[in-house]
Write a protein that binds this ligand. Structure first.
Ligand code: AR6
Length: 170
């Protein structure tokens, strides 16, 4: 059972085996956290992404992290575009966390950092996304050190709150 930490900051400064990016299906980069990660990793990240694209929402793929070394991998996952919450958004977001963790396990990684997937440009409400992230990661803590990197206070508070909730068995 690993540790799960919530931190406030820029994910490109994380010293972990893998950084997860909130990508789009093209895996070519974009705005938000994906833009920051592609800028820090350099143009080879988009070239490596292009070879694996398209990536469907809820799926995850890994590439080298290039200029982000000593980070080894960037795990690209595509979140759901928020359409009101009745279009399978929760399931797709859950799948982003599950697939990323399983991929990290397959790569025998010891540490991974996640951004708050889908809560920026894709419009997923912060608190609902934080609850999904916290519940999913708590029930699948298969990587030794899992870091949830919030970029703003509201996200940090929401993640901390949901992680601290007692586990409901029934
Ligand atoms: N470090 C950590 N978190 C960050 C950083 C950073 N440097 N920058 C932003 N965030 P978003 P999405 C937070 O929009 O909603 C891109 O164009 C941000 O505050 O990056 O999944 C992709 O290519 C928010 O809490 O991702 C896709 O087209 C969270 O990261 C699309 O955006 C996610 O916001 C994906 O949209």
């Amino acid at each position: 059972m690993g540790t799960i930490e919530v931190v406030l900051g820029d994910i490109t400064a994380e010293n972990v085996d893998a950084i997860v990016t909130a990508a789009n299906e093209s895996l070519l980069g974009g705005g938000g956290v994906d833009g920051a990660i592609h800028r820090a990793a350099g143009p080879r990240l988009a070239e490596a992404g292009a070879e694996l694209a398209p990536c469907e929402p809820g799926k995850a793929v890994a590439t080298p992290a290039f200029g982000l070394a000593p980070v080894k991998y960037v795990i690209h996952t595509v979140g759901p575009v928020w359409e009101g919450g009745e279009h399978g958004e929760d399931e797709v977001l859950t799948s982003c966390y599950v697939k990323s963790l399983l991929l990290a396990e397959e790569l025998e990684l010891e540490s991974i950092a996640f951004p708050a997937i889908a809560t920026g440009i894709y419009g997923f409400p912060t608190d609902r996304a934080a609850e999904i992230a916290a519940l999913t990661i708590r029930s699948l803590a298969i990587i030794d050190r899992i870091r949830l990197v919030a970029f703003d206070e509201e996200t940090h508070r929401a993640l901390s709150t949901h992680l601290a909730k007692p586990v409901e068995v029934w």
